[in-house]
Every structure is written in structure tokens, then in C-alpha cells.
Design a protein around this ligand. Structure first.
Ligand code: OKP
Ligand code: ZN
Length: 345
């Protein structure tokens, strides 16, 4: 399977995130992508290609222009305040506040466009976020030109980012950009499957009222797990999108058997949708040893995931999302991709 990668992801290196009242070192660090890259190359998965540049137009298909403008200028505005540390929000316009007027204060803008205090915006964030979208779009282009599958090896992740907000370490929603690129390239229908431990709230919200992009997510129950405020089973889409969103929230600590029951249901729904392509938000924070998650997948389960996805027989773009047990994340991704390759026809 072709891998799209660039080591320029390293320009995004957050220092701290808020965690239980303390600033702690970021879980989402450059070493994550380095380990994945090393594991794939070590197992002979490849070749590795550099991304092409697609510019901002494909991002504007799923993100609000004012949000993208904010992201692009953010570091400049923040440093103009004399700040040298990462930017983290401290105030948010929840419910009774207005979100239709963009405040002039940068700190207020940062709150308007974010939903948590664990997603540091740094000097290199915009560059890395655009790079991630270019990587996803290059993987799409490969699949559109006949590759059975491609892997977008990028960070930071994207699936928590919505049309006009960042959060959960995410800024630009690479999976949504990829799905939209398939549609814009002429696909009538696309399916997005999110197997990261955390609900893909950003991707869900972007496609919630659409029938062309089926979104499904298997994740820790938001009653106890991040991102808490979305990802319940009764969220099935709205308007034209009714029936095109499915969530499989599983209790923290769920067994692998339960996880694969959900995967089976999700795959059956994908087959029903008859999509032209599949986009997989591949988080491996479902790993038994992940420091911030509670599922129990290990190598044999990652192989099974790869096989079951291959059995769908669809042109497939894999996009890296979460996974924080840094040493093992590469092996877990490699298991999925190698098993997919071995089973794919
Ligand atoms: C991003 B992705 C640690 C608590 C959790 C947010 C988790 C974001 C996960 N400060 N913080 O879905 O893997
Ligand atoms: Zn996650």
C-alpha cells in the first residue's frame, strides 16, 4: 500500500495541554508519526510518497472561510500580543452567548473557534494542518487513479475538528476533506468509518445533514469518554442526512468481541450504502496499552480489522487519527495495513 508522508509534520509541536488542573506535556507529539513511519518502513510497507500541494480550496469545501482565515493568522496575532508560549483558550461562548459576531480580541476568537483547552496552537500549526490535508488529498488522488488503497500518515489528527472549530488535538478535518474530495471528483456516495477510540464529532457534524457521505463511528461512550457532548446512538442524521449517521458508543473497557460486533454492523451498513470509496479514520488508541483510552485491541485484533475492511472490496483511504502509546502505535497501524494488503484483491 502506498504511504503518503512528509516529516514537516514536526513543525507542530505543542508543549503543554490542560489535564486535571495542570499543564502536562502533550500526548499528541511528533514522535507518534515518526514511530508509525519507522514501523511501516521496517515491515516493507510502502512505497512512501511526498504529498502534492492542493491549496486552500479543498479545505473551504468543509470548513468555514472565517475559521480558516483565523487559523492561518492565529500565530501572528498571538505573537503580536507578546506571547511566546503555545496559545490555549481560556474563555468560550457556550449556549447563551453569541457566536455570529467574531470578536476583535484574539483570545476571544480562539475561544469562539475551539471546544477544549487541550489543543495548543503553535507557530507551526497552520503549516502542519495544511500539510495533513495535502497528505489526505494525495492519498485520495492515488486511490482515484486506481490504487486499491493508500495511507495518509499525518499528524495532528483531524476528526474532532468541525466546520468552524478546533479541539481534541485537531485543526483541519483530514477525513472530511478526503471524503469531500471524492464527492467533488464525481463520486455519488462515500462512506467514512471512524475507528478511533474517541467519537469523530467533527466529521459527524460536517456531514450530519447529508445523504451522500455516510458517517459511522465506533468509540468509547461519551457519557464517560472524551469528547463527551456528542456520539450517542440516537444521533442518526438530520433532514436529508437522516439515516446517514450511525454511532456505536461502547462502555469504557468493552471487550474485543463487543467492538467487532459493532464493526460488523458498521461494515454491513457501508455495503448497503454502495459507496464509491471508503475513508477510514484510523486511530489506534483502541490499543490495550493506550495511556488515555480503555479498549483492549492488540495485534491480532488489528489484523482482523485490516481483513474485515479489505473484505468490503472498496477503494480505501486510511487516515491516521489518534494512538498515544507511542512505542506501539507504529506496530498497530502496520498490522492493520499489512493485513488489509494481504486480504485485498
Ligand atoms: C484525540 B483523538 C487528556 C484528556 C483527553 C483529548 C483527547 C483527544 C483525543 N488531556 N484530551 O481522537 O485521538
Ligand atoms: Zn482518539
Amino acid at each position: 500500500m502506498k504511504i503518503v508522508y512528509s516529516d514537516r509534520h514536526r513543525v507542530h509541536r505543542g508543549e503543554f495541554e490542560f489535564f486535571r488542573g495542570e499543564l502536562v506535556p502533550c500526548f499528541e507529539k511528533p514522535e507518534r508519526a515518526d514511530f508509525v513511519f519507522a514501523a511501516l518502513v521496517g515491515r516493507g510497507i510502502g512505497p512512501v510518497l511526498e504529498p502534492r500541494r492542493f491549496g486552500i480550496a479543498p479545505l473551504e469545501r468543509v470548513h468555514a472561510p472565517r475559521y480558516l482565515r483565523f487559523l492561518e493568522r492565529a500565530w501572528h496575532e498571538w505573537s503580536a500580543l507578546g506571547q511566546t508560549r503555545d496559545a490555549l483558550p481560556a474563555v468560550w461562548p457556550i449556549r447563551a452567548f453569541r457566536d455570529d459576531i467574531e470578536p476583535q480580541s484574539f483570545v476571544a476568537q480562539l475561544g469562539l473557534y475551539s471546544f477544549d483547552s487541550g489543543t495548543p496552537l503553535t507557530a507551526g500549526t497552520w503549516e502542519a494542518a495544511c500539510l495533513g490535508a495535502d497528505i489526505a488529498l494525495t492519498a485520495c488522488a492515488l486511490v482515484r487513479s486506481g490504487e486499491r488503497a493508500a495511507f495518509a500518515l499525518s499528524r495532528p489528527p483531524g476528526h474532532h475538528a468541525g466546520a468552524d472549530f478546533l479541539g481534541g488535538y485537531c485543526f483541519v478535518n483530514n477525513a472530511a476533506v478526503a471524503a469531500q474530495a471524492f464527492i467533488d471528483g464525481g463520486a455519488a456516495r462515500v462512506a467514512v468509518l471512524d475507528v478511533d477510540y474517541h467519537h469523530g464529532n467533527g466529521t459527524q457534524s460536517i456531514f450530519y445533514e447529508r445523504a451522500d457521505v455516510l458517517f459511522q463511528s465506533i468509540h468509547g461512550d461519551p457519557r464517560t469518554e472524551y469528547p463527551f457532548y456528542l456520539g450517542h446512538a440516537d444521533e442518526t442524521g438530520r433532514g436529508a442526512g437522516l439515516g446517514y449517521n450511525r454511532n456505536y458508543p461502547l462502555p469504557a473497557g468493552s471487550s474485543n468481541e463487543r467492538w467487532f460486533d459493532a464493526l460488523g454492523e458498521a461494515c454491513a451498513r457501508i455495503a448497503d450504502h454502495h459507496p464509491r470509496a471508503l475513508v477510514v479514520s484510523l486511530g489506534v488508541d483502541t490499543f490495550a496499552g493506550d495511556p488515555i483510552s480503555t479498549f483492549q485491541l492488540e495485534a491480532t485484533e488489528y489484523q482482523r480489522l485490516g481483513r474485515e475492511l479489505a473484505a468490503l472490496g472498496l477503494p480505501t483511504v486510511f487516515i491516521l487519527e489518534g494512538g498515544y502509546a507511542v512505542a506501539e502505535i507504529g506496530d498497530n497501524v502496520a498490522e492493520v495495513l499489512a493485513a488489509f494488503d494481504a486480504a485485498a484483491v
